[in-house]
Design a protein around this ligand. Sequence first.
Ligand SMILES: C[S@@+](CC[C@H](N)C(=O)[O-])C[C@H]1O[C@@H](n2cnc3c(N)ncnc32)[C@H](O)[C@@H]1O
Length: 232
Amino acid sequence: MSPRLTSAITRTAKALGFEIRRAPAPGPRLTYTHASRLLYFKRLFDLVSDVEGDVVECGVGRGNSLALLAFLVKEEAHKRHLWAFDSFEGFPEPSSEDASVRHPKKGQWGRTGVRLVEQILLDSGLDLAFVRSHVTLVKGFFEDSLPKYAGGPIALLHLDVDLYDSYRTALTRLYPHVAVGGVVLFDEYMGTVEHLHFPGAQKAIAEYFGSRLSQIRQDRQTGKYYLIKREA
Ligand SMILES: C[S@@+](CC[C@H](N)C(=O)[O-])C[C@H]1O[C@@H](n2cnc3c(N)ncnc32)[C@H](O)[C@@H]1O
């Protein structure tokens, strides 16, 4: 619409006593990707229903997976706390292990922030009291932030950090906190396009688990891999 026509309509509406407002932006939309990810997380929450412990996510981005995890924590009658770690300023410098067609770069995923993610959780329909009492967002690069993890044993650890060094740090620092019977979810390991884009992730996971790698299982529906911790 031309600016002249817009201002003529606005003036006429005003003269008639109406106010013209911009239509609200459409709210969050449920996509197949969201739905299948939510169902996958739910299957793994069910696996750890008898395991005491918190839920931890490394790699928050703009809060897509975090919102799903938060809904499941809430659904479970609030018995767990949800910890979420990210630099909130994007990737650190990738290493040579991360070279791929994707060309990951320092600062990618940087268009986010603690406030923004909190707002996204609220916009998703989670209430402020729940977010304040059950979700802690920790800003910082993993080398600095993860050694200060202040939660209890971990029942479910979701790793979506893409890079070789980031997986190494997250596993070294947090796997010892995972309770026996707890699960670790790898967003990129094998079998999905993410794994081709982020080959360093698979390398770091394989190096960390060594012979225990045979314990890794694949979720048939999503193709994602996870591991149940068998011994302390
Ligand atoms: C793929 S995104 C996470 C996407 C998110 N889970 C989702 O569902 O939309 C990866 C995130 O990991 C974070 N990240 C990767 N390596 C990191 C590191 N060493 N320290 C802190 N954050 C890191 C990046 O900042 C980025 O936000």
